[in-house]
Design a protein around this ligand. Structure first.
Ligand SMILES: [Zn+2]
Length: 151
């Protein structure tokens, strides 16, 4: 009986907190190994979503890895989140060339952690619906050491 109840509770909790889908587009041409490792690290930093999955559903947040910047971003920007009419949209861009250049010799895992942290930073702008910055991963600037750090 207790077992049944626990199962029901688990099912209920899972349905209350559906995973947030991320729709990843690899326009930068990251190789498969780097991309899969980056997705692995993205999952470790779900932020307010609690749980992340990768699917291009109607409610997914779009995550585009673009080699080059497009649009009016500061030259040292590592990523951006689109906004319109005062709302921050579920549409994130990571400028992979800027991130990878900044890291130097970081190795594939370091690169993947850094790319994932930029995604986490931009996702947080979307969750908070704020352009402003805060502490930790929400700082306005992250240096190479912080980007490749384990946490
Ligand atoms: Zn920011």
């Amino acid at each position: 009986m207790v077992y049944m109840r626990l199962l029901l509770l688990a099912a209920w909790t899972a349905s209350m907190a559906p995973a947030l889908d991320l729709c990843v587009r690899n326009e930068a041409g990251l190789d498969n190994g780097t991309l899969l490792l980056t997705m692995h690290h993205i999952r470790q930093n779900p932020g307010k979503a609690g749980r992340l999955s990768f699917a291009c559903s109607a409610s997914a947040v779009r995550v585009t890895f673009a080699a080059h910047q497009e649009g009016p971003h500061p030259p040292d920007a590592l990523g951006a989140t689109r906004s319109a009419g005062g709302k921050i949209l579920p549409d994130i861009i990571v400028f992979t060339r800027s991130v990878l250049q900044m890291l130097g010799e970081a190795g594939v895992d370091g690169q993947a952690r850094a790319l994932a942290k930029v995604v986490a930073h931009e996702l947080s702008h979307y969750f908070r619906q704020q352009r402003g910055h805060d502490e930790g991963l929400d700082k306005p600037f992250l240096d190479a050491q912080e980007l490749i750090a384990l946490r």
